[in-house]
Structure formats: C-alpha cells, structure tokens
Design a protein around this ligand. Structure first.
Ligand SMILES: [Fe+2]
Length: 353
C-alpha cells in the first residue's frame, strides 16, 4: 500500500483504505478500482492524496486508533461543534465517551507509531484536524506519563482547541491564498473566542478551555493572543501547540501539498526553545514514524529499499527490504536490513525526492 496523489496515474488502481467524509459517508471503499467518476469526485471534494493497493502484502499499515473510533470521533466532533456554534448548551456526554475510547485504544498500544496520513476532504479539514491533534496530543502525554484524569482534560482541550474558528467567517477560514493583515487579526481571535465559548459552558474543565486560549502562544513570548512565555503557558497548551503544527503541515491544503514526516519533524526541531518546549519535543517525536512503513528509501549503498517496520527507539533507522540494486535493477526477494543494527548503511534520500 502506498500514498499517491489524486490524478490520472491512479486510474484503474485499487484503493487500499476506506475514505469517509466527516458525517460518516463512505466516499471511496477499499478494494475498489478508481474509475474516472471517482477521480472527478475526489477532485471535487478536495481530496489530494489516497492510499493505493500496490500489491505489496508485507506493508499493511495500521492506524494508531481503529477506523471505527476515528470515524466516531470525527462525526461527534462535527456534531458537537456545530451545536456549540449555534449556541446550544446541550451536553458533551457523547463526545466525552468517544474521548474515553480514543484514550483506551492509545493506552492499550503504547508502542504504536503514527505511520498513516489521515486523508481529509477540504470541507472536513477543520474536524479532521481536531481529531488528528487530539490523537497526537494524547500519544505525547502518554509518553510523558500522564494519568487518566490529566489525559482526559488534555484530550478534550486538544479536540476543541480550534472551536473558536466556528465564529470566524468562511471567506477568511477557507481563503486559498495569504490573509491580509486585517483578516489575519480576525483569524487570530479564534483563540480567545474558543476560550470564552468553552469557559461559559460549565461542563468543560477550565484547564481544557485554556488549551483553546493558549495553543498559539510560543515559548519565547512571540505568540498570540497574550504573548505569554515559557512556563506561563500551561503544559497542555504546550503539548497541543506541537500537535497542531505537525498535523497542519502534514495535511494537503488547497494552496500547498503536505510535508512528509521527516520534513515536518525538522520544522518541529527548528522551533525548539523559540516555539516549542524542549522537554516535550522528544516525547512527541517518538510517536512519529519519520520514514513511514511503505516509504521507498535511497541508501548510501546506491540501493533502494522499502520500509517494512519502524523502530520506536531509533525512528530514523527503520527495518527495510532492498528492492533495487545499485544500478537500479529490480531485486527479487531482496535482503532485509535493520538500519539500527547496520550503522554503515544509511538513508541518503527518499525515492523521487
Ligand atoms: Fe488554532
């Protein structure tokens, strides 16, 4: 299975995973051939990449949470946020239950690493992003040793960190190009708006509301809305700030393609101390498969090799299977190399990059 861009090159190939919209509608089912009509629909929906079955059985990649739970989280986030936006005071019991399911699954599999990109349509970006950030924030907090109570408060804050965006006009929220200074000021208000929305409800922990308030603050005091710094920023917000940036840059947007995990990790590393907490970054990065399973790597031997397994302790040194010889000739049943145990063999690039 491999991730491919949505264009003519995927016509006639089979989808490897189901793709849903945030209301639970199945847009493209795994195992079905991509026909002209599907391609058109994917383009219309603003879906830029899909997982395609390339016949390689060795690399079946699992999501860190089950498809059922991620879909349920997506649906409930959409419903709850829409209700909140309309001013409803109705409860958060259902979304709270989904949060428990997310936590249970992630805690049951602490060794799992993020290998998959969550495929979102343009209209589902906001809700998919909320769930993606919640999953990443929870994984990080589990590594940091949080107990269940703290995880829940963090998880709810992460899921609703961008709730304030429901009050930002669509023409600003979905503008394909750069925002004008005035539009940017308007966009930045989502942090304070979100805080007020959650705070006045009474069924949200105040700390979760503060995640919405503080998730764009930066360690060096150059963030917004209050330009607070360092430890003044609540730890939950420091965790969510990382998850937020990572999830955003690794997702396709109308105006730019997604960054690959190793590029996104560099962006995070560049922001250590100025933007991100140096004590939290390692706990975050250890969840990320820098070279996800299925990626084709170029080795310093001149060979190309497919990633078969990711080593959580040495994320930049996965287990690979060689698929082409140094001259480029395909290799049948190529040898397996554990790059963590073969320091002389190194990754020098990605195929096609
Ligand atoms: Fe935000």
């Amino acid at each position: 299975m491999k991730l491919m861009s949505v264009n003519e090159s995927i016509l006639g190939l089979k989808a490897a995973r189901n793709i849903y919209s945030s209301d639970g509608t199945l847009l493209l089912a795994a195992g079905f051939e991509v026909k002209e009509a599907y391609l058109k629909r994917l383009n219309e929906m603003g879906i830029y990449s899909v997982y395609i079955d390339d016949g390689v059985r060795e690399v079946e990649v699992e999501d860190v949470v089950s498809e059922r739970t991620r879909l349920e989280a997506l649906k409930m986030t959409r419903e709850t946020m829409t209700r909140m936006g309309a001013g409803a005071k109705s409860g958060i019991d259902e979304i709270s239950k989904v949060m428990d399911d997310l936590m249970d699954e992630l805690m049951a599999n602490p060794a799992m690493m993020l290998n998959l990109v969550d495929i979102r349509s343009m209209n589902d970006y906001t809700f998919g992003h909320c769930v993606g950030v919640a999953v990443l924030a929870l994984m990080t907090a589990i590594n940091l040793g949080y107990n269940q109570f703290d995880l829940k408060k963090l998880g709810m804050g992460a899921l609703f960190h961008d709730i304030g965006k429901i009050k930002i006009p669509d023409k600003i929220l979905y503008k394909p190009g750069a925002l004008s200074p005035l539009e940017w000021e308007e966009m930045k208000r989502h942090a304070s708006i979100g805080f007020e929305l959650l705070r006045e409800r009474g069924d949200f922990n105040i700390v979760s509301a503060h995640v919405a308030f503080q998730h764009h603050e930066k360690l060096d005091g150059t963030g917004y809305p209050r330009a607070i710094r360092g430890q003044e920023i609540h730890e939950y917000a420091r965790v969510v700030a990382l998850a937020d940036v990572y999830d955003a840059v690794t997702t396709d947007r109308p105006y730019r393609p997604r960054k690959l995990p190793h590029q996104a990790v560099l962006i995070i590393r560049d922001g250590i101390r100025t933007q991100f907490d140096p004590d939290i970054v390692p706990a975050f990065i250890s969840n990320i498969a820098i070279y996800p399973v299925g990626t084709i790597l170029v080795l310093n031997t001149g060979e190309k090799a497919r990633v078969i397994e990711v080593n959580k302790r040495y994320p930049a040194s996965p287990v690979v299977r060689v698929i082409t010889a140094p001259g480029g000739a395909p290799v049948e049943e190529g040898r397996m190399v554990d790059l963590a145990k073969q320091p002389a063999t190194r990754v020098v690039g990605l195929d096609g990059q």
